[in-house]
Design a protein around this ligand. Structure first.
Ligand code: SAM
Length: 292
């Protein structure tokens, strides 16, 4: 069977012996379809094991630390004392892993719509979750993130949206709307924060701009930032919304002191001393946000 799965993030060609197409994936560890999406776990010579959903590359062992540290730490350091954290999506368990590093965290609730994806990641990507699913502070719920937020009576100090891109027909398309952010805000405590991946600030600059401006219509303080992720072949955008401090107002000294107090010793990408500077978007992205 030869099927061409492509996305701006990564062109993933499958090959069969007679197709002769040189595969980007040196080895296919798992390939299947769940109720919601196509799931592939492949090995690539440059990036190691990778998770691919609906032909869109999600994360690789080589550089997932960049994405997951940058989704979690600018928001939780801004919040300053996260105790109860909600993760929407996060199938691989790597966002969960980064959240559980905080000594202040007493509950990490992870709500992913696709239990099969979580189980496949649990089995094939232990290097990403590193046992975080089994941490006594973890509660894993298989549900749609929006539905969970509508029905829960719980409140949180932080909501981290680690979902797939908002593509037509995809399961996450309503997780980037005013209605969703209003729902998030209603479940956040005083000084609460929300963070989301915002897609590519280069290939999808208008989507990133819309995510940022949508969040701005609901939250008083919003910071957009990006990180270069080699295996995405792009700069990747993130957006933080805050009911308390403006994310960019946290000084390097404050961020360093908060990281120490929260028991965070070392990082592989996020730098507390760089915290406020992350929110200085380059002009070509900043102008796109202003234009949208
Ligand atoms: N790191 C990836 C990225 O860069 O976008 C995202 C990682 S994670 C695999 C994306 C997760 O979002 C998947 O496990 C998927 O099942 C989940 N997801 C998609 N739509 C969802 C929804 N409406 N509610 C909860 N989880 C959802």
């Amino acid at each position: 069977m030869t099927s061409w799965k492509s996305s701006y993030r990564w062109v993933v060609e499958w090959h069969s012996p007679d197709s002769g197409i040189i595969s980007v994936a040196s080895e296919i560890l798992y390939s299947g379809r769940t109720k919601y999406q196509e799931v592939d776990i492949v090995r690539n010579d440059d990036y190691g094991k990778m998770l691919v959903l609906d032909g869109k590359f999600q994360s690789s062992l080589s550089d997932e630390f960049i994405y997951h540290e940058m989704l979690v730490h600018p928001a939780l350091i801004t919040q300053g004392n996260p105790r109860d954290v909600l993760i929407v999506g996060g199938g691989e368990g790597a966002t969960l892993r980064e959240v559980l590093r905080y000594r202040s965290v007493r509950r990490a609730v992870m709500v992913d719509i696709d239990g099969e994806v979580v189980e496949i990641c649990r089995k094939y990507l232990p290097e990403m979750h590193q046992g975080s699913f089994d941490d006594p502070r973890t509660t894993l719920i298989i549900d749609d993130g929006r539905k969970f937020l509508r029905e829960t009576k719980e409140s949180f100090d932080a909501v981290l949206v680690d979902a797939t891109d908002p593509i037509e027909g995809g399961p996450s398309r309503l997780l980037y709307t005013v209605e969703f952010y209003e729902l998030v805000r209603s479940r956040l405590r005083e000084n609460g924060v929300v963070a989301t991946q915002g897609t590519s600030t280069f290939y999808n600059a208008s989507t990133f701009a819309r995510v940022m401006n949508t969040m701005r219509s609901v939250f008083p303080h919003v910071g957009g930032y990006q990180a270069s992720i080699p295996s995405y072949i792009s700069d990747w955008g993130f957006v933080v919304g805050s009911l308390g401090r403006d994310p960019a107002s946290i000084s390097p000294e404050e961020a360093e002191a908060r990281a120490r107090e929260l028991g965070l010793s070392e990082f592989k990408y996020y730098e507390p001393s760089h915290h406020p500077y992350y929110f200085w978007l380059p002009p070509h992205v900043r102008r796109k946000v202003e234009e949208e």
